[in-house]
Structures are given as structure tokens and as C-alpha cells.
Design a protein around this ligand. Structure first.
Ligand SMILES: C[S@@+](CC[C@H](N)C(=O)[O-])C[C@H]1O[C@@H](n2cnc3c(N)ncnc32)[C@H](O)[C@@H]1O
Length: 155
């Protein structure tokens, strides 16, 4: 199991990814310190279809500002920031790869979304939650997975 975890981390770790994102944004004429999910849209959705797929999946789970989403395998947190920014919901993201989480936290701060998006290193096979996040009656929760698919439940 430890070897598999190391394999996943090695596959997804790109040393210097934040510097490369900053360089790409600068080249595009953006200030890397002042960001929005729209500005980051072309570079931070690490699945096929990119931002368009995130949008389509999000429409299927009827999120509101009272929703609480668990994004399992959140990568850089691009989908997590998109959901929080678009729907006003709270998103907890976990990912096995520390470099992606560290970079994602910086991008979250720069997007001023740290009050609604919390990213942490974690393993989908040993979720660091004793049970699913609690939701007040009338609210909803959703879970997204590393492949970009999503599930939704309402109370
Ligand atoms: C295709 S990327 C998708 C990232 C993100 N969901 C997105 O769409 O931008 C897959 C991610 O899943 C993570 N991952 C793979 N296995 C995992 C596991 N067992 N627990 C947590 N994260 C995992 C990888 O580290 C990688 O960041």
C-alpha cells in the first residue's frame, strides 16, 4: 500500500509547479498574486474536459451556498475553488500529493477563498473523517472523485 501511495505521489508531483503557474499567468498578462477561478480556469482543472467538465458535473448536483462538498483527489483545488466561487458553498478537498495541496493552498489564498475552501493532504482509502460531513436539515452535501465524477445527497 505504501508503495502505491508513493507511486501516485511521484506521478502527480511536478517540482516547481507554482513557479510554472506564475510564469504562465505572467505570460498571459495576469498578475499571479491577484487571481480568480476564472483566470485560473485553463490551468487548474486536472481532468479531461477541464473547466467545462467541472461545470457540467456541478450542474448535476444542485449546489447552494448551504452545501458542503468533499472533493476526494482534489489536485490543485481548481474544481473546489470553482464550486465555492460559483455557488458560495464550502468545499473540503483532500489529495494524496503534498505538492498539489501546498500549491493549491497558495492559489486559494490568492483567490481570497480560504474561508470556504480547505485543502489537506489525505488518502481516499483512509478518509480523515469519522463520518460524512454533517449538514443542517434542508441542506445538501456532495462528493467529487479523482476522475471528476460527483455524487450528491440532500437532507
Ligand atoms: C486526474 S487528477 C484530478 C485532480 C482534481 N480532481 C481535478 O480535477 O483538478 C487525480 C488526483 O487524484 C489524486 N489521488 C489519486 N489517488 C488518490 C488517493 N488514494 N487519495 C487521494 N488522492 C488521490 C492524485 O494525487 C491527483 O491529484
Amino acid at each position: 500500500m505504501a508503495e502505491r501511495k508513493a507511486d501516485v505521489q511521484a506521478h502527480w508531483t511536478r517540482p516547481g509547479v507554482l513557479a510554472r503557474i506564475d510564469a504562465a499567468l505572467t505570460e498571459l498578462g495576469q498578475d499571479p498574486q491577484i487571481l480568480t477561478p476564472e483566470i485560473l480556469g485553463t490551468i487548474e482543472h486536472l481532468h479531461s474536459g477541464g473547466l467545462a467538465t467541472t461545470r457540467e458535473q456541478a450542474k448535476r448536483i444542485a449546489l447552494t451556498k448551504d452545501s458542503r462538498v468533499l472533493d476526494v483527489g482534489c489536485g490543485l483545488g481548481g474544481p473546489a475553488r470553482y464550486l465555492a466561487h460559483t455557488y458560495g458553498c464550502r468545499v473540503d478537498g483532500i489529495d494524496l500529493t503534498p505538492e498539489l495541496i501546498e500549491t493549491g493552498r497558495v492559489l486559494t489564498e490568492r483567490c481570497k477563498l480560504a474561508d470556504r475552501v480547505a485543502l489537506r493532504v489525505g488518502n481516499a482509502l483512509e478518509l480523515p473523517y469519522s463520518r460524512r460531513p454533517s449538514c443542517p436539515a434542508g441542506s445538501s452535501s456532495a462528493t467529487t472523485r479523482p476522475n471528476g465524477s460527483a455524487t450528491h445527497s440532500a437532507t
